[in-house]
Design a protein around this ligand. Sequence first.
Ligand code: ADP
Ligand code: ADP
Length: 237
Amino acid sequence: MIRFTHASVTYPGGVAALKDLSLDIAEGEFVVVVGLSGAGKSTLIRTVNGLVPLSGGSVEVGSRTVGDLNRSRLRALRADVGMIFQHYNLVNRTTVLNNVLMGRLNRVPGWRSMLGWWGRDEVERAMRALEVVEIVEKAYVRAANLSGGQQQRVGIARALAQEPTVLLADEPVASLDPPTSHTVMRYLHRANRELGITTLVNLHFLDLARQYADRIVGLRAGAVVFDGPASAVDEKV
Ligand code: ADP
Ligand code: ADP
């Protein structure tokens, strides 16, 4: 589903964030990428939806080679790839429901949705996404009035409303306390299992990775230093 072939990224200024990295992620897998700060985790994830361009090699998502896509095809790719952020990136002044509907902008282009005029079927779809993360009762609450854990659940719902085939989560629990981190990881896991969405999550806590991942990829200085089932990871990654 996601295939990196000799992928490298060198940022302007010369930092080599990914170095000749090859990795194959199968459809439906739940993969957690672990590594210290600066290892290249965030860069790796951002190459999948073309937010960071490769300097060499390729990344393929399904049948698409990301670097070869023109603007409209890149937009179509991004519609298929949901993204979840460390700081949730919600629009705080509007409601939870409106935030989730923003995930639909990728699917329902046009001036009605741009203006926030959504049909009933779209609202129902957004509500179903909120049901997955069990936060329907907050639909009409302003996003700013939710706790961090609740905001991240809305972040997941927004991504799910997009009906993605791939979900990317860049340090989704780094701003949350341990119990809340588990809650958020459980919902990501649920989305993977129940909806079959191929999921790639960056984490810096190995414990959490071992509890939820099918497979753990360890990154260090832009290269894969470990790749195996969660059960095979020792403490030293
Ligand atoms: P991680 O997510 O594992 O912390 P990153 O992918 O964010 O790692 O960063 C990998 C390396 O690339 C680091 O050395 C970081 O400083 C550098 N880097 C990340 N983003 C940029 C950027 N936009 N410009 C220049 N260097 C960057
Ligand atoms: P930044 O200052 O980090 O670029 P912005 O102030 O631009 O952030 O806030 C927009 C953030 O929301 C960006 O990080 C962007 O990637 C993210 N974003 C944009 N569109 C969507 C979307 N449809 N779903 C989720 N996140 C989105």
